[in-house]
Design a protein around this ligand. Sequence first.
Ligand code: HEM
Length: 417
Amino acid sequence: MTAEQTVPGCPVDDSFDPLSPEFLSDPHAVLANLPQQGAPVFFAPRIGYYVITRHKDIEDVFKDPATYSAAVAQAPLVPLVPEAQQILLAGGHRPQPSMVSLDEPEHARLRKPAARAFSMRRVTAMIPAIEATTGKLLDDVAAEEEFDLVAALAYPLPATIVFSLMGVPEQDHPRLKQWCGYRAALAWGRPAPQDQVEIATNMAAYRKYLRDLVDKKTQEPGDDVTSDLIAIHEENPERLTLDEIASILFSLSFAGHETTTGLIGNTVRRLLEDPARWAEIADRPELIPKAVEESLRYDPSVPVWRRVTTRPVTLAGVDLPAGARLFLWLAASGRDATAFADPDTFDLHRPDAERHLAFGKGLHYCLGANLGKLEAQIAIAELARRYPRLRLAPDQRLTFHPNISFRGPQALTVQAR
Ligand code: HEM
């Protein structure tokens, strides 16, 4: 798309590139210095999207799924090479495979059984497993003076929990973790052609594994989400097919992985940035749920989500045509001064941080929000209990994976003593 395709009255920012090194290292600095500061909508020719920055406008978009379709939620930002497309198609990865990018009524067909299987009861029942896994992972680094919090805890914890929920046998976890690496690059980054082929091959293998898991669980059901979904299928096979169950599992595991790794990494980073903050958390662990909400507002692990207009519509005073692709900048909405007082301050005592839009809103509202928050809370509580004087290693340069929608430090070195 070129600048000529923008609409009258809509500012254009030729320099805006959410995959540039400056943006990846500090998106909030880019936000603070936008050339058309304060514009609630602007067009970014480098990605062909209209960028939406205000809390209210993004909320309105989420609340009107008939006008704003989810179809582009997982669309590759850059076209994939034909070889990668072939591998994905052959591996059962259709261009719009999962519930997050489906509109009604197809979306509800998957969402309803998934929500039933992924119940509060099932999430609450995971608490002992989350606590035990956190303890075990931290025991593994107990002798270290300094360790990488992401490798030690923030990465393996959500992966282990989501695979256990799905009923994946423990001996298969390492293989699955390997297949799942950097899936985000395919739809949300600009991977090089050879990387696209490698990621596509891994995703096809993962898809096949999940389909086989569904078959296995039909023979030997267990106490897991997969078996719950199969029970729904058995009530009425036309209501939910076995292929659809595999697709739901793919959604759950993908969505429940890097998102939560990022949430843990971002929250620990922000808490340790100010030693007084960490001391307060260690002293008053009841503040941890608030800290997690504030982190989701201040530095969300899913900083961007996408929609496309189904009809001409006026948004924030700009007349958008049908087919306009929207870059919903969730991270900017958390820093919107018309929505939050003193938005650039990380405040453990903020009364309304949970009004953030980090989990979306409406029909597609994140199915795993409670699980993700629970994992982060338990991880931080155990860290603070073991290490009330934990510190960030000085002079480290944080790096972030180059994609638009999943953000957290790739490594976070902390000093235990
Ligand atoms: C903890 C950090 C997480 C964040 C920041 C996050 C964020 C999001 C966002 C922004 C959406 C899109 C909402 C929309 O389109 O309105 C979403 C959807 C979704 N999330 Fe999460 N998520 C997180 C964790 C999880 C976990 C742990 C799971 C499951 C294990 C999960 C499962 C899902 C699913 C299945 C959807 C699609 C729901 C639908 O389309 O109906 N998420 N999430």
